[in-house]
Design a protein around this ligand. Structure first.
Ligand SMILES: Nc1ncnc2c1ncn2[C@@H]1O[C@H](COP(=O)(O)OP(=O)(O)OP(=O)(O)O)[C@@H](O)[C@H]1O
Length: 269
């Protein structure tokens, strides 16, 4: 009874939670009863060596893979069994180890398509709030202006505005990675899952990314940072879940977790 009530009623501010997730590929158990709790306003790390099950668990979080058992909830609302598009609309955005935005389009155009739906929702929200009463044509124009503003603001925020007109397939890998992050942010997510976002970034860009992740958390996002190297989560995460062989073997603030004997054995330092 209590469980049914939970499923029906969103719990604002709870963030992204997965529990008891198991994924098998034939005879391989990639994720074995693992879970994580990623509250809004915090950067939550998912740390583990190659093959630990990190990417598979991320796939479950964003609806790309359905687990054999387990639960995934965003602010209390059940996400399991929903399509990746529906999970994204409900507020979970994701970036991949290898960036995959459409390579033939400019960064600005890719981004504009990503923000269009969010802009239309925002205009509708303003109308409902009674601040603007628009006819159809003005509503469409307002959404278009908001789309342009948001796309340009995101490109500026990520420091890649100079590449706005370049095709995504032709920009340096660092810029493509940031363009992918901009696309994820364009959906105005409540939870952001980043699979090794600093892969391929230089030291300065990695530091800038850490600062950005802290800012996004401070703005109320639940940020999930997936990494292989302990050093990469130390300065940026509030809590770290350590995955090994598909199981969570340690969980806590990075400064504590780093001394755990499982972590010392399993993770790249
Ligand atoms: N589609 C698949 N088919 C079969 N086995 C898979 C598949 N995807 C992942 N695996 C296996 O599941 C286990 C977990 O893989 P996963 O990619 O989730 O780990 P990871 O921690 O993300 O590692 P990496 O950082 O190297 O990607 C590995 O043993 C992997 O070989």
């Amino acid at each position: 009874m209590g469980e049914r009530r939970d499923a029906a009623r969103p719990v604002p501010g709870e963030g992204l939670r997965a529990a008891g997730v198991t994924v098998r590929f034939g005879g391989i158990t990639a994720v074995d009863g693992a879970g994580l709790t990623a509250p809004p306003g915090a950067v939550t790390g998912l740390l583990g060596p190659d093959g630990a099950g990190k990417t598979t668990l991320c796939d479950v979080l964003c609806g790309l893979r359905r687990p054999a058992v387990g639960s995934v909830r965003l602010d209390g609302a059940d996400l399991l069994g929903r399509s990746p598009g529906e999970v994204a609309r409900r507020g979970v955005a994701r970036t991949f180890q290898r960036p995959s935005p459409p390579r033939g389009r400019s960064a600005r155009r890719t981004l504009r398509e990503g923000v269009r739906a969010a802009a239309a929702r925002e205009v509708a929200r303003r109308e409902i709030a009674g601040r603007d009463r628009l006819d159809r044509r003005r509503r469409r124009r307002a959404a278009r202006d908001l789309t342009g503003e948001t796309a340009d603001a995101l490109l500026r925020r990520l420091g890649i505005a100079d590449f706005a007109a370049h095709r995504v397939g032709e920009v340096p890998p660092e810029v493509a990675r940031l363009a992918e992050l901009a696309c994820a942010l364009a959906t105005r997510p409540r939870a952001l899952v980043l699979d090794e976002p600093s892969r391929g970034l230089g030291e300065a860009a990695s530091r800038a990314l850490e600062v950005l992740l802290r800012e996004l958390a401070a703005e109320g996002l639940a940020v999930i940072l997936v990494e292989r190297e302990l050093e990469r989560v130390l300065g940026v995460c509030d809590t770290v879940h350590v995955l090994a062989d598909g199981r969570v073997v340690a969980c806590g603030p990075p400064a504590e977790v780093r001394y755990d004997h499982f972590v010392r054995r399993a993770c790249v330092h």
